[in-house]
Design a protein around this ligand. Structure first.
Ligand SMILES: CC(=O)SCCNC(=O)CCNC(=O)[C@H](O)C(C)(C)COP(=O)(O)OP(=O)(O)OC[C@H]1O[C@@H](n2cnc3c(N)ncnc32)[C@H](O)[C@@H]1OP(=O)(O)O
Ligand SMILES: O=C([O-])CC(=O)C(=O)O
Length: 385
C-alpha cells in the first residue's frame, strides 16, 4: 500500500521549520509589523492603548471588537469582580501543592481543575464560551496570589468586591491596598501583554480549540506553552541574569559577551517576527527608567541598558517584551517566578479572544511532518530481537 500520508500534487506541502513565515489563519485581533516594530490591537496602536486604556477596556476590545461605552465597561468590571472567588476544592489544590512547585505548573493545574466546577465547561455555545472566558480571567489572579501566599506560609487574602484587576491582584498578593502608581504601572503591563498574533501559546490554544475541545483545556495548554523560556518564561530568566550580574558585581557588557561566546542565548532578546525593537519593550524601557529613579534603584535600568546596547551593537538583536518587563515587575516587589504567571494572567484575554474567533469559523489545525525515518522493515518477534 502506498504511504498513507503521501500527498496528492494539489496538496503539495510547504516545508517551514518552526512554521516560520507560515500564515495559518485570518485574525482580526492583533497586527504586527515586524520590520517597523508596530503592534495594533483591533485597530489601535499599542502606544495609544498603553497611554489611555485600562486593561479591562482592552479585554472588552479583544473580546468584542470595539472599545466599550461606560455601561458596557461597568458590566464587564462587575462580572469580573463577581467571579474572583475560587471554589474551595481549587483552593485545596493550592493548599496541597508543594511550596517548591513551579507557579506556572500550579496555575496550569488549577485552571484545568476549575473546569470540574463549571456547569458550562462542556457547553460549546458562544454565550457560554464568553461567560467561561470571564470566569477564567477573573479567577486566574486569585490562583496566582493565593498560591504565592500559601507557599510563604501565609493565608490567602480573599478578593475584593471592588477595584480593577490590577488593584485587586496586588492587594491579594500583599494583603495591602496598592498605591495609585503601582496599580497604574501594573495595569499598563497587563495592557502590553494582552495579545500578540499567533505566538506559540496562542497557537497552542487555537490548535486545542480547533478540535472542538473546551476552553479550559485550551487555556491550560496555552499556559504550558507560555511557561517555556523561549516564550513567556524568558522574563524570569532575564531577572535571574540581572540578579546574577548584580551579585557578582560583573560588567553587564562582558557578562553578555561571555554568554554569546559560549553560544548561549541572552534571554529577553530576539523575536520570531520583530526585526527591530519590540514596541512593547520601548514602552517598558521608559517605565523602567522612571521606576528606577522613583525607587532609587537605578542599577536595574543601567544594567539593562548596557546589555541592550551590547546585544544591538554586537549582534543586531533587539529586546523583546520580556526584557524590560522583568525589572519593572521586580521593582514593583514581585517575585521573579511570578513574572510568567502574570504574563499568563494578561494573555488569558488574548487566548480566549482567539478561541472565540477560532470557534466562530472553525477548521481543524493540522500541519504535516515530513517523515525522515526508515521504511520497509519487517516485524521481528520479541524473542528473536
Ligand atoms: C513573549 C515572547 O515569547 S518574546 C521571546 C522570548 N524568548 C526569549 O527571549 C528567549 C531568547 N530568544 C530566542 O531564543 C529567540 O530569539 C526566539 C526563540 C525568541 C526566536 O527564535 P527564532 O525566530 O527561531 O530565531 P533563531 O533562534 O533562529 O535566531 C536567529 C539567530 O539569532 C540568534 N539569536 C536569536 N535570539 C538570540 C538571543 N536571545 N541570544 C543570542 N542569540 C540569539 C540565534 O542564535 C540565531 O543565530 P544563528 O543564525 O547564528 O544560528
Ligand atoms: O509573538 C511571539 O512570538 C512572542 C511574543 O512576543 C508574545 O507572545 O507576546
Amino acid at each position: 500500500m502506498a504511504d498513507q500520508d503521501a500527498v496528492k500534487e494539489k496538496d503539495a506541502p510547504i516545508k517551514a521549520p518552526g512554521l516560520k513565515g507560515v500564515v495559518a489563519l485570518d485574525s482580526e485581533l492583533s497586527f504586527i509589523d515586524g520590520e517597523k516594530g508596530e503592534l495594533i490591537y483591533r485597530g489601535y496602536t499599542i502606544e495609544d492603548l498603553a497611554e489611555h486604556a485600562t486593561y479591562e477596556e482592552v479585554v472588552y476590545l479583544l473580546w468584542n471588537g470595539e472599545l466599550p461605552n461606560e455601561s458596557e465597561l461597568n458590566e464587564l468590571r462587575s462580572s469580573l469582580r463577581a467571579n474572583r472567588e475560587l471554589p474551595d476544592e481549587v483552593l485545596d489544590i493550592l493548599r496541597n501543592a508543594p511550596s517548591s512547585a513551579h507557579p506556572m505548573a500550579v496555575l496550569r493545574t488549577a485552571v484545568s481543575a476549575l473546569s470540574f466546577f463549571d456547569d458550562e465547561a462542556e457547553v460549546m455555545e458562544e454565550d457560554a464560551n464568553r461567560r467561561k472566558a470571564t470566569r477564567l480571567l477573573a479567577a486566574i489572579p486569585t490562583i496566582i496570589a493565593a498560591f504565592d501566599r500559601l507557599r510563604k506560609g501565609k493565608e490567602p487574602v480573599a478578593p475584593l468586591d471592588e477595584g480593577s484587576m490590577a488593584y485587586n491582584f496586588l492587594y491579594m498578593l500583599n494583603d495591602e491596598k496598592p498605591g495609585e502608581a503601582a496599580e497604574h504601572t501594573f495595569d499598563v503591563c497587563l495592557v502590553l501583554h494582552a495579545d500578540h498574533g499567533l505566538n506559540a501559546s496562542t497557537f497552542t490554544s487555537r490548535v486545542i480549540g480547533s478540535t472542538l475541545s473546551d476552553m479550559y483545556s485550551a487555556v491550560s495548554g496555552a499556559i504550558g506553552a507560555l511557561k517555556g523560556p523561549l516564550h513567556g518564561g524568558a522574563n524570569r530568566e532575564v531577572m535571574r541574569m540581572l540578579l546574577d550580574i548584580d551579585k557578582k558585581g560583573a560588567d553587564p557588557a562582558e557578562y553578555v559577551r561571555e554568554r554569546l561566546a559560549n553560544k548561549e542565548k541572552v534571554m529577553g532578546f530576539g523575536h520570531r517576527v520583530y526585526r527591530t525593537m519590540d514596541p512593547r519593550a520601548a514602552i517598558l524601557r521608559d517605565m523602567v527608567e522612571d521606576l528606577s529613579e522613583e525607587k532609587n534603584q537605578r542599577k536595574w535600568y543601567d544594567y539593562s541598558l548596557e546589555i541592550m546596547n551590547t546585544m544591538i551593537g554586537d549582534k543586531n538583536i533587539n529586546p523583546n517584551v520580556d526584557f524590560f518587563s522583568a525589572s519593572t515587575y521586580y521593582m514593583l516587589g514581585l517575585d521573579p517566578d511570578l513574572f510568567t504567571p502574570i504574563f499568563a494572567l494578561s494573555r488569558t484575554a488574548g487566548w480566549t479572544a482567539h478561541l472565540l474567533e477560532q470557534w466562530s469559523d472553525n477548521r481543524l489545525i493540522r500541519p504535516r511532518a515530513e517523515y525522515v525515518g526508515p521504511k520497509g522493515k519487517t516485524f521481528v518477534p520479541v524473542e528473536n530481537r
